[in-house]
Design a protein around this ligand. Sequence first.
Ligand SMILES: Nc1ncnc2c1ncn2[C@@H]1O[C@H](COP(=O)(O)OP(=O)(O)OP(=O)(O)O)[C@@H](O)[C@H]1O
Length: 271
Amino acid sequence: MVNALIEFNDVSLVYPNGHKGLKNINLKINEGEFVVIVGMSGAGKSTLIRSINRMVTPTSGELIVDGEDILQLKDSQLRKVRTNIGMIFQSYNIVKRMSVLRNVLAGRLGHTGTLRSLVGWFPQNDLQIAMNNLERVGIDEKAYVRASNLSGGQQQRVSIARALTQQPKVILADEPVASLDPPTSHKVMKDLKRVSREDGLTTIVNLHFIDMAMEYADRIIGLRDGNLVFDGPIEEVTDQTFEEIYDRPIKDDDFLGSEEETDEKNESEQV
Ligand SMILES: Nc1ncnc2c1ncn2[C@@H]1O[C@H](COP(=O)(O)OP(=O)(O)OP(=O)(O)O)[C@@H](O)[C@H]1O
């Protein structure tokens, strides 16, 4: 049976300045789904994603994550829920002066405890989990390299490996490829989709290019001005769907473009 892992019931979020970031959102996301959220800049994509681990806090409604209304949780309970949610950001959020492996091991923090990790002591099992995840995204040979020496695409793979090492149920990815060139963007999205599938993770990704959304989503959620204006499987999505979500005709700029091969070495040199 498919269970809803995440459920928004009439969720709204009003920012302190009075701006309505989310307006009465009703939404169910099932275990194992790969959902892409699309919408114009300012539509509320980040707000929606960041509500799920309460990086921002909705001001009304009910937001159930893995059986708990996270809007009712106290700090310690919230920390527990967050260990089940891996986060991937546009800017990678890795510690550049530390090794790749150390960055990935940070994914074990919720399991191992901060004190142990501060002194750099991780159980052998954690090391194995981290190395295995580096291997899965193809950068295990970089484990002992300083993270600052990696290309953008490689740094984003480190952050994917870190999220996996957390052994979460949910991955939230907020514009994960917005800083990467088109071919690297496709490679990173392919990795993310593959590992999510392999681990049966529920994955929610914000993307702002139509072709990327169409290529990787199982299901598209469209936001416009804080409202949910589309929710359906990829098979039901047409150009017109995007025109309705964007409230304007589609333009060339809405497409990221070519997936053609790139030389990752060149990419490393640029970063
Ligand atoms: N802390 C804040 N205080 C007030 N308004 C905010 C705050 N954060 C976001 N907003 C506003 O809420 C709306 C939704 O922002 P959000 O970042 O969720 O949009 P988005 O769809 O992710 O856009 P983008 O693609 O540009 O990142 C925007 O109008 C934004 O200006």
